[in-house]
Design a protein around this ligand. Structure first.
Ligand SMILES: Cc1cc2nc3c(=O)[nH]c(=O)nc-3n(C[C@H](O)[C@H](O)[C@H](O)COP(=O)(O)OP(=O)(O)OC[C@H]3O[C@@H](n4cnc5c(N)ncnc54)[C@H](O)[C@@H]3O)c2cc1C
Length: 475
């Protein structure tokens, strides 16, 4: 389609990344901001609503609208400018993390904040205010946004920065697509002095050990993330393998300059150079459906000792950050029910008690996540922030195709959410599928929830922007 042709609505199956929620919707893919404004006008005239969608990497219903309309921004994917003197890129919202680092790495820059997959778009990253494995050190994605253009649902475009409209700036970032559509964003990247990181694998024998490592290293390391074997019980509860990665100092890794070549940063598409990795998910499907997940976790934990002995080692930025992109379509292993992710954020003082209780409750009820990932966070200035001065534990649950079992999982996660909220914790809507309407004020505090509702009224008085998530939360 050329930019002159008007895009057409298509009827499609639009789901969250986890495939467990979503359904049919009519979808439009604009290629410029005039088409975004035209779509808003059309939907407003018809008295309808529309959900914004980037790359569709949110696990739950943040970018779906069952039976409704979806504006998919993935075709607005041009990088208008990259300044090698400052490392600032001016992007359309559909530019992905991969597009960004491919443009910047040759100049010795890497995005400051990246998610576990490079498929995520700039619009989706800003809207959810995503975090990386360095959240404790560099903060969230919003902290590297210099300014953005936001198309409001009545068709007016506003440029926002920390200086020009600080309230809208700090609310649209983190505002899960409720206030307007990002049509252009200026993103600051950071200098790197090698195409590689120095990486350590560190075995953590239990939850307390994991948390202690995070505390000991958070003033020293650039990146920290721990994989947890949530099947470990007793003395092994919360055991896992921590990864620490540090950037190279200037001149420390002359050989690493070779890895400024974008092709050398991409994750390989074949195993041993032969087997297409796209063929691996059926094997993983067998592990999930033949109840071998505990064994796989145990084997992975044991393999951690070997990695620890071989540490430190050098790894490209791409290989370190995008582990989840190594196996394309890995999430298909949870078909037909799909998966949900549940990621509570817990204040540090409550961390060990609450996380231990969550893991124990999973083991008691038999809803044991096949994957757990622990990170350290710090607060950020965005209105709908999910960050706390503390920890998050992302837990991936395979969803049963059996409706009763599925509903029991939802109820169980809501029970866990209560424990987290009672302890002053928060949730992250990119990873949510279960929170109830009553949780919204508890996640953010009533004053912040009220300020957000007031901004929604100011920016979108006709309530054009709606998603399945916003309806579930009553926003
Ligand atoms: C394998 C995997 C690993 C992940 N790892 C991490 C991680 O490490 N850290 C982390 O923080 N997250 C992580 N995520 C979650 C992901 O970063 C977020 O869900 C992110 O928002 C997805 O971006 P997207 O472009 O796919 O947006 P979508 O999922 O399509 O949309 C996300 C939100 O952004 C809104 N939106 C989209 N485009 C616009 C726009 N132009 N203007 C305004 N609003 C818009 C949507 O309405 C929706 O509310 C991971 C996801 C996956 C699948």
């Amino acid at each position: 389609m050329t930019t002159m042709e008007a895009p057409v609505w298509r009827d499609e199956d639009v789901r969250g990344f986890g495939m467990a929620v979503g359904g049919r919707a009519r979808v439009l893919r604009p290629t410029n901001s005039e088409q975004v404004a035209a779509a808003f006008a059309e939907v407003r005239a018809a008295g309808g609503s529309i959900a914004l969608r980037g790359a569709g990497c949110s696990y739950g219903d943040a970018a779906t609208a069952v039976g409704g309309s979806v504006l998919d921004l993935s075709a607005m994917n041009r990088i208008h400018d990259f300044d090698p003197a400052t490392g600032i890129a001016v992007c359309e919202p559909g530019v992905t993390v991969r597009d960004l680092w491919r443009r910047s790495i040759g100049y010795g820059y890497w995005p400051k904040v990246v998610s576990g997959t490079m498929a995520v778009s700039m619009g989706g990253a800003a809207s959810m205010n995503i975090h990386g494995k360095n959240n404790f050190a560099l903060g969230s994605f919003g902290e590297c946004v210099e300014w953005f253009d936001l198309m409001l649902p009545r068709g007016e475009s506003v440029r926002c920065s920390r200086e020009s409209d600080p309230e809208l700036f700090h609310a649209a970032i983190s505002g899960f697509g409720m206030l307007g559509c990002f049509t252009r964003l200026a993103i600051r990247t950071k200098r790197v002095h090698s195409g590689r990181l120095r990486v350590w694998g560190i075995v953590a024998k239990d939850l307390a050990h994991n948390l202690q490592i995070l505390e000991d290293l958070r003033g020293k390391a650039d990146y920290l993330v721990s994989w947890l074997d949530l099947h470990g019980k007793g003395a092994g509860l919360g055991r896992g393998l921590m990864h620490r990665a540090d950037q190279m100092q200037p001149g420390e890794d002359p050989e690493g300059l070779r890895f400024f070549e974008p092709a050398l940063q991409d994750v390989p598409t074949t195993l041993f150079g032969v087997v297409p990795k796209g063929w691996l998910w059926p094997g993983m499907w067998c592990a999930v459906h033949m109840r071998q997940v505990a064994l796989v976790n145990w084997l992975k934990f044991r393999a951690g000792y070997r990695e620890e002995r071989q540490s430190p080692y050098l790894q490209t930025h791409g290989a370190f950050h995008f582990l989840l992109d190594y196996v394309p379509r890995w999430h298909w292993m949870t078909r037909p029910g799909g998966l949900i992710q549940f990621q509570p954020f817990v204040p540090a003082a409550q961390g060990e008690r609450v996380l231990r209780t969550l893991i124990e409750r999973c083991q008691q009820t038999g809803f044991v996540p096949y994957l757990g990932v622990l990170k350290r966070h710090r607060p950020d200035p965005f209105l709908m922030t999910h960050a706390v001065d503390g920890y998050s534990l992302a837990m991936d649950f395979a969803v049963s195709a059996n409706q009763k079992r599925r509903q029991a999982l939802w109820r169980f996660c809501q029970e866990l959410a209560d424990l987290v909220l009672e302890a002053g914790g928060r949730f992250y809507y990119a990873k949510d599928a279960v929170l109830l309407q009553s949780s919204f004020g508890r996640v953010h505090g009533e004053p912040a929830a009220a300020r957000f509702r007031a901004l929604k009224q100011r920016c979108d008085p006709d309530r054009i922007l709606q998603t399945d998530l916003s309806r579930r939360l009553g926003v």
